[in-house]
Design a binder for this molecule. Sequence first.
Ligand SMILES: Nc1nc2c(ncn2[C@@H]2O[C@H](COP(=O)(O)OP(=O)(O)OP(=O)(O)O)[C@@H](O)[C@H]2O)c(=O)[nH]1
Ligand SMILES: [Mg+2]
Length: 252
Amino acid sequence: MGLTSKSSGFSLLKEKFNLKLSYDNQPIIALAGNPNTGKSTLFNYLTGLNQHTGNWPGKTVSNAQGYFTYNNVKYLLVDLPGTYSLLANSAEEEIARDFVCFGEPSITIVIADSTCLERNLNLTLQIMELTSNTILCLNLIDEAIRKGIHIDYDVLEHDLGIPVIPTVARSGKGVDKLLLTIDNMITKNITTKPYKITYDEIIEQKVSNIEAKLKKHIGNKYNTRWLALRIIDGDKHIVDSIGNIILNKTIM
Ligand SMILES: Nc1nc2c(ncn2[C@@H]2O[C@H](COP(=O)(O)OP(=O)(O)OP(=O)(O)O)[C@@H](O)[C@H]2O)c(=O)[nH]1
Ligand SMILES: [Mg+2]
């Protein structure tokens, strides 16, 4: 599944991801995370009945999109399938990864299960590598407290370089702070400085070479460092998508 060559911008998003944008340039918030971390609970809490459900185009994976308004801004919220990684070993991983990479969400919220943070942080780091507009939502904090797990939010926030918000999605605890953080990120009152993984010198060298070539063809719209890493991985799906972006640009 690559990007189609005829579409661009607003229509491309609508076509590829079947997004129900209510106005042009509407801020899109993606909810990502491991399976069973409370993504849909938070999605339902924020959107209420104001939602559409269906399938992702061409997939049998269900898709939920909904709206919520905060500080006079109407956001489109997209509930991504639960995944342990973005390596695209399954349809769910492919959707989550394509959406975060090419769907251009304004913000990606990673919903983590606070009772097994180590496993959840793996996906968080992968998402942070793909987009700097990331918020980590430490959900199920009530369960963590019940199990005697203590998390130092400030240290985590400092080390990751992104906002870290504890929540209980089932009751809505912490959601006010999450909304305020979204608003502050959209209005650029908060800027993030996500922790970046540095690879061995030989890989970093190849990444810069590939990145320079990519930038020449596709500019700065997409995360060329991440795309270069996937090319080194030999990821055919990503190579096809890049080919289609280049073709699309040539046609425009
Ligand atoms: N105790 C507690 N339970 C929660 C919380 N958030 C969600 N749950 C429960 O956790 C379970 C999973 O929640 P979902 O919202 O379906 O999780 P999900 O991430 O959408 O799961 P997938 O779509 O399968 O990836 C449900 O039983 C929720 O009621 C929370 O903060 N605290
Ligand atoms: Mg769900």
